[in-house]
Write a protein that binds this ligand. Structure first.
Ligand code: AMP
Ligand code: MG
Length: 399
């Protein structure tokens, strides 16, 4: 039996960060990890531009202007955003300009239209502006050659906007890991079908697939298999070399129907470990089959959920390079009590906020789902403790 940290270490030893990359449309890149730095090929903005609607002028021509002694300038043209004024602003001249339009040659600032008489042929300036006061410099946002986003960063709306501002249509990201999800159990019925006596609906296949989707990872395959050694071995075999990771649930304990041990013996698998010192989910089994990692979780939904967070999530973090998937834990003070026997390292469903943590209400059996609703962390109660009470400090693992 391995302690949790050793089990994680062992899994990470057999996990490779994905190196293959792909070019994808910018708008589909949310949550994807950049495989190359985003480099500015242009200055942004590409030309000096006006920050407001008014008149582009030479600042020195407006010096000393006031309400009662306006400066009069000759209006030699108009430039709207998207256009270019080809002439040059000379002494005592002005060009009518709108926000975002390139500031014409010769002008070095813009007078707000509210500080003028809105003149068409000649404009009266009631308030002067020193050079470059109202002036967006070329490259004020970023300059050609700047690294805008480092390789390894996760794309989000801001990253997408930056890439768009460069004119990029496609973006190079690491491919996503291919994760196959398999639930096992003769008792499982898929949602949508009617429920015969003795059967239950398959929650785990959806739990693991849903959690992958929370991380922006669509399962590569999501299947249910029966408690049939040969059939399950064939199902897994098909994914070898195809999937980076296979996550199964059920059949890892010591019962007659706990088939995963026999399944492994039929496959070209190197067993990494069986049993981890955590509750729930002790009987987790892991193996490596060529380049495919296989992690078999217990079938109890909370055991599967907790061990997905503790063991599978770090693997996905390494594969994807997504820092969000790294396990984040912190200390928090218990706001209610939980009693358990000594001798097991227990993980509980809880809710944490501002350094405090509450054990979720409801049934804490490993087969229950309800206490997970609204929970945002796992609370760890060590092997040495016989529970934890209000005021005790504990580790919490954030979702
Ligand atoms: P097992 O790990 O296969 O021994 O299953 C442990 C418990 O979890 C049993 O009560 C199973 O019926 C239940 N279980 C197994 N797989 C699932 C699943 N996919 N969805 C919901 N419950 C499950
Ligand atoms: Mg089973």
């Amino acid at each position: 039996m391995l302690v949790l940290e050793e089990a994680v270490k062992c899994l990470l030893c057999h996990t490779n960060a994905i190196t293959e990359t792909e070019l994808i449309p910018l708008l589909t890149s949310t949550n994807r990890i950049l495989a190359a730095p985003l480099l500015a090929m242009v200055d942004q903005p590409p030309f000096p531009r006006s920050p407001l609607d008014g008149y582009a002028v030479r600042g020195q021509d407006t010096e000393g202007a006031g309400k009662d002694f306006p400066k009069r300038l000759k209006v030699i043209g108009t430039v709207y955003a998207g256009e270019v004024f080809t002439g040059t602003v000379r002494e005592k001249e002005a060009v009518r300009i709108t926000t975002g339009a390139p500031i014409p040659e010769g002008a070095d600032t813009v007078i707000r239209q509210e500080d003028t008489d809105y003149g068409r042929e000649e404009v009266k300036i009631y308030r002067g502006s020193p050079p470059y006061e109202n002036y967006c410099c070329q490259g004020e946002d970023y300059r050609k050659g700047d690294i805008l986003l480092e390789s390894g960063m996760r794309m989000d709306g801001i990253g997408i906007a930056l890439a768009a501002s460069l004119g990029k249509e496609l973006i190079e990201v690491y491919r996503k890991p291919k994760v196959a999800v398999i639930s096992t159990g003769d008792e499982l019925i898929q949602p949508g079908a009617s429920l015969p006596p003795g059967k239950i609906y398959d929650a785990n296949r959806h739990l693991i697939s849903g959690r992958l989707m929370d991380f922006g990872l669509m399962p590569f395959a999501s299947l249910h298999g029966r408690d049939d050694v040969q059939g399950m071995a064939e199902m897994i075999y098909k994914f070898l070399g195809e999937a980076d990771l296979i996550v199964t649930t059920g059949g890892v304990s010591v019962g007659e129907k706990d088939i995963m041990h026999q399944v492994l013996s039929l496959l070209p698998a190197e067993k990494l470990f069986w049993r981890v010192e955590v509750k729930p989910g002790t009987p987790t089994l892991a193996a490596v089959l060529g380049n495919t990692l296989l992690i078999c979780l217990s079938g109890n939904p909370f055991a599967a959920a907790a061990n997905f967070e503790l063991l599978v999530r770090p693997v996905l973090g390494k594969m994807t390079r997504d820092k969000r998937l790294e396990v984040k834990r912190c200390r928090a003070v218990m706001e209610n009590d939980f009693i358990k026997p000594k001798g097991t390292r227990r993980f509980l469903r809880g809710y944490t906020e501002d350094g405090k943590v509450w054990v979720s209400a409801g049934n804490h059996a490993s087969g229950t789902l309800m206490a997970m609703v609204g929970s945002n962390c796992l609370i760890e109660i060590s092997k040495e403790q016989a529970g934890a009470g209000k005021g005790d400090e504990v580790w919490v693992y954030l979702r």
